[in-house]
Design a binder for this molecule. Structure first.
Ligand code: NAD
Ligand code: MG
Length: 409
């Protein structure tokens, strides 16, 4: 009999959260849900509470929590309803919780994910923004508090699976030459560049291979997602930027690879379904069923591998630049990107404005190394302020209600 794992699932109503609960529901003998959290999707959260009877449910504001509590009582459940960031930190560090799925999107996930690491939990990390914004602090917290960190991002989970079990952060010792991160190239890999100015949020969110939340879908379209993943790989695997290479692989069957000094390349393959990395991390080092179809290689057909087109995907270059710049540059990059994507999704910015805004904020904000959580949050705040100012100038210059296309400072 496997030991029962008690779980807090942060961001349970999102794409990763729902996939996690799908796997968890298949193994009631292994996983018990202690806490579920959401920002605003109370309908989905209520259905999840009815199915999993957690001890705690967390929402982000008091009015939503009050009416949710009413619904919980009417449903005859005993779930305690909490709200706010402190409540997220609390459920991530409860003594009765063994495993925390960190699946909130954006830097909003940082504080609870850090709290989970600081209380020595097994942390299943989907929230890549935690590592991008606070990499050194986060990895130190994991080490000092004996937490276990398992990557959920499909690329990093693939790299983890392709490294030797005894890997301890020393690539040379394991004979690793490079880490090869694959990226689908998103929906605009072959779109004529002239058409980029007219890209709509719906087009950007229509990913060819994966169904994901809207923010990461836009990041996949700009390839900022891969840029964030390069920074994530740097922290997870102690890999300098020159040993991380991006390979565009439109079929999303090879999820990433490790290139060894003897010429061996070890890869992890599978259908593009997040339940694979989720189940891998949930049961590690065991393997469990998760409803994912077996890979049919002959049906998958030809697998293509291409160099990234840097002109088409300037966000990828900006992320590499931020990683090479070090100190707080990645925190600034992430903040600017979050604002740019939010404004693009609200149709307040044009698609081409996304890299322009990020580049402008990166060059305007001094980004010293952030040693504490407050340092990180202050730097994030400053970069967001610059980003909002940039987009306000852009919208203003283009005229209210219209979309800007011209380059700006
Ligand atoms: P999503 O938008 O579908 O879900 C996000 C979840 O976080 C929801 O439950 C939402 O209620 C909650 N949330 C959003 N903003 C919040 C806030 N300010 N405070 C508290 N909770 C908040 O996102 P997703 O696609 O599931 O992605 C989640 C994370 O996993 C992201 O960091 C993403 O980069 C990463 N990831 C996702 C995928 C994927 O296939 N979806 C793959 C790899 C990595
Ligand atoms: Mg990924």
């Amino acid at each position: 009999m496997p030991a029962m794992q008690n779980m807090a699932i942060l961001g349970s109503t999102g794409s990763i959260g729902v996939n996690t609960l799908d796997v968890v529901a298949r193994h009631p003998d292994r996983f018990r849900v202690v806490a579920l959290t959401a920002k605003a999707s109370t309908g989905v959260l209520l259905a999840q509470c009815k199915q999993f009877s957690p001890e705690f449910a967390v929402l982000m504001d008091a009015p939503a929590a009050r009416s949710f509590e009413q619904a919980i009582v009417e449903a005859g459940l005993t779930t305690r309803v909490l709200y706010g960031v402190e409540a997220l930190e609390k459920v991530a560090s409860l003594p009765q919780v063994d495993t925390v799925m960190a699946a909130i999107v954006g830097i909003a996930g940082l504080r609870p994910t850090l709290a989970a690491a600081a209380s020595g939990k097994k942390v299943l990390l989907a929230n890549k923004e935690s590592l991008v914004t606070a990499g050194a602090l986060f990895m130190n917290t994991v080490r000092h508090h004996g937490a276990t960190l398992l990557p959920i991002d499909s690329e990093h989970n693939a790299v983890f699976q392709s490294l030797p079990r005894e890997f301890n952060g020393d690539l040379d010792r394991c004979g690793v030459r490079r880490i090869l991160l694959t990226a689908s190239g998103g929906p605009f890999r072959t779109l004529p560049l002239e058409a980029f100015a007219c890209i709509t949020p719906e087009q950007a969110c229509a990913h060819p291979n994966w169904v994901m939340g809207r923010k990461i879908s836009v990041d996949s379209a700009t390839m900022m997602n891969t840029g964030l993943e390069v920074i994530e790989a740097h922290w997870l695997f102690s890999a300098p930027p020159e040993r991380i290479e991006v390979v565009v692989h439109p079929e999303s069957i090879v999820h990433s690879l490790v290139d060894y000094v003897d010429g061996s390349v070890i890869a992890q393959l599978g259908n593009p379904d997040m339940r694979t990395p989720i189940a891998h991390a949930l049961a590690y080092p065991e393997r469990i069923n998760n409803g994912v179809n077996a890979l049919d290689l002959t049906a998958a057909g030809a697998l293509r591998f291409e160099k990234p087109d840097w002109a088409r995907f300037p966000c990828l270059a900006l992320a590499f630049d931020a990683l090479r710049a070090g100190a707080g540059a990645a925190t600034v990059l992430n903040a600017a990107n979050e604002v740019a994507v939010e404004r693009f999704l609200e149709q307040g910015l044009n698609y081409l404005d996304i890299p322009r805004l990020i580049e402008s904020v990166l060059s305007a904000v001094l980004a010293p190394a952030a040693h504490t959580l407050d340092d990180v949050l202050n730097l994030d705040h400053e970069a967001r302020g610059r980003a909002w100012a940039w987009q306000a100038r852009t919208v203003h210059a283009a005229g209210a209600g219209t979309i800007a296309v011209a380059a700006r400072s």
